[in-house]
Design a protein around this ligand. Structure first.
Ligand code: BJ8
Length: 425
């Protein structure tokens, strides 16, 4: 029997009709894109369940946590340190920004030439269809790209719990100090919200919890190096997306379980696709749930995606936080060290990202790279040309795509991706 979550959604102030419409679209898309895949690992059943309950059971869990006095913090960026949030007895969740919603109203507040990700975050707020956003006690905005930082000025007038975190855009000793100052300020704000002071014990334990979650995802990524690839890019992308929503300990356990299964599949040479299927690395803008467009187009065109150089992927998860510190101060330094390595395109210069893409293409044995740029995303679109050049130097073909969340260009995109795959063959 399925649970009726309507009273909970009502209590959160969701627009029930709009929310129903969203869930219908999401459910149909999931069935068409995910459940139609062949040769899926059995462990994906867990993620199918998570997705079927993404606005149901998971929200119920968050509401139960709130009833027990815990706070919920929502974020739009991988620069918001989950370690600090957990250590102050709060839960961090990613906020919905992967689908178009209420676009007409959004475009009354934001220019049309704003990227889909920012527009989507506004659409979910205006349409009152994101239970994560509505249950959050604090929403963290980060001053990253120009689009986001100006959009947060507008969002600040629409919600009463926006916390804006400043971020450096260059990497020097001075800007590292700035990041540390911002993280110390954020720690104080979270402590103030929860009434719980971060201690060396709680921070150590939080570092271990988040590291375990990242290590599980590293294990999953490493298994994608096998040929035949034991898991589709779509399924691996989903695991990377669920990373932002799920209970961390349960997520870690579920990913490790699927990795056990993938190891067996590799030994038995069972793939999600046949051996020698062209292998592609995707690099660029983050693909927030339910943005499965490029993976779906690429994998139905006859290639397999073996890695994501993205914040919903390896850019976001690649480094662990050193767990050797014994004081809060030492551990905060370790957190700063870890996040300061994230090579988002808002940084200048950002040559580390080019190096990382080349390294990933080699490590995952990718024959080609698709650079995924959202329309109007200056940082990633600007960087796509140096990325292409860096890959050319290594004789790795690169296809630069620029798209949005709509499906109007799906046919054209598919034709380009098919031609690219032919070139790889
Ligand atoms: S650390 S990538 S999650 S900022 S697509 S909103 S960049 S115009 S999302 Fe990001 Fe943090 Fe960086 Fe990662 Fe702007 Fe581009 Fe839109 Fe973007």
């Amino acid at each position: 029997m399925t649970t009726d979550y309507t009273p909970m959604w009502q209590e959160l102030g969701l627009d029930l009709a709009g929310h129903d419409a969203l869930l219908n679209v999401l459910g149909t898309a999931y069935t068409d894109i995910y459940l139609s895949q062949k040769n899926r690992p059995e462990g994906m059943g867990y993620f199918d369940f998570v997705m079927s309950e993404v606005h149901g059971l998971r929200i119920k869990e968050l509401m139960d946590e709130k009833a027990a006095g815990r706070k919920i913090i929502g974020s739009y960026c991988v620069f918001v340190p989950e370690e600090i949030v957990l250590a102050a007895n709060a839960t961090l969740v990613g906020l919905c920004s992967g689908a178009d919603f209420a676009m007409e109203k959004v475009e009354q507040l934001l220019p049309r030439n704003t990227c889909s990700l920012i527009k989507s975050s506004f659409g979910f707020k205006i349409g009152k269809v994101c239970p994560y956003l509505e249950s959050a006690d604090m929403i963290v905005g980060e001053n990253t790209c120009d689009g986001k930082k100006k959009a947060y000025e507008t969002l600040g007038a629409m919600v009463d719990n926006l916390y804006v975190m400043d971020l450096p855009q260059t990497k020097t000793d001075q800007t590292k100090d700035l990041l540390k100052a911002e993280y110390m300020k954020f720690k104080a704000a979270v402590e103030n919200l929860t009434g719980v002071a971060v201690t060396s014990e709680s921070l150590k334990s939080a570092i271990n919890v988040v590291n375990a979650k990242r290590a599980a995802i590293h294990r999953l990524s490493a298994l994608r190096k096998a040929d035949p690839a034991p898991i589709s890019g779509l399924d691996a992308l989903l695991a990377n997306q669920v990373f932002f929503y799920d209970n961390p300990a349960r997520f870690t356990e579920s990913v490790n379980k699927i990795c056990d299964e993938l190891e067996t599949r590799i030994q038995e040479k069972t793939g999600a696709f046949p051996a020698d299927t062209p292998r592609i690395l995707v690099s660029g803008c983050p693909q927030a749930v339910p943005n499965w467009k490029l993976h779906m187009i690429t994998e139905t065109a006859g290639a397999v995606i073996v890695g994501e150089e993205s914040c919903v992927g390896e850019r976001g998860t690649r480094n662990l936080t050193a767990d050797t510190g014994t004081t809060v101060e030492e551990m905060m330094d370790a957190i700063v060290d870890r996040y300061f390595q994230v090579d988002c395109a808002i940084f200048t210069p950002n040559s580390q990202r080019l190096d990382h893409i080349q390294e990933m293409a080699a490590a995952y044995n990718a024959q080609g790279v698709i650079h995924y740029g959202l329309q109007f995303c200056q940082p990633y679109l600007m960087e796509s040309i140096p990325v292409e050049k860096a890959l050319e130097e290594k004789n790795i073909p690169c296809l630069r795509v620029e798209t949005d969340y709509g499906m109007e260009d799906a046919g054209q995109l598919k034709t380009r991706v098919e031609a690219f795959i032919e070139q790889l063959r």
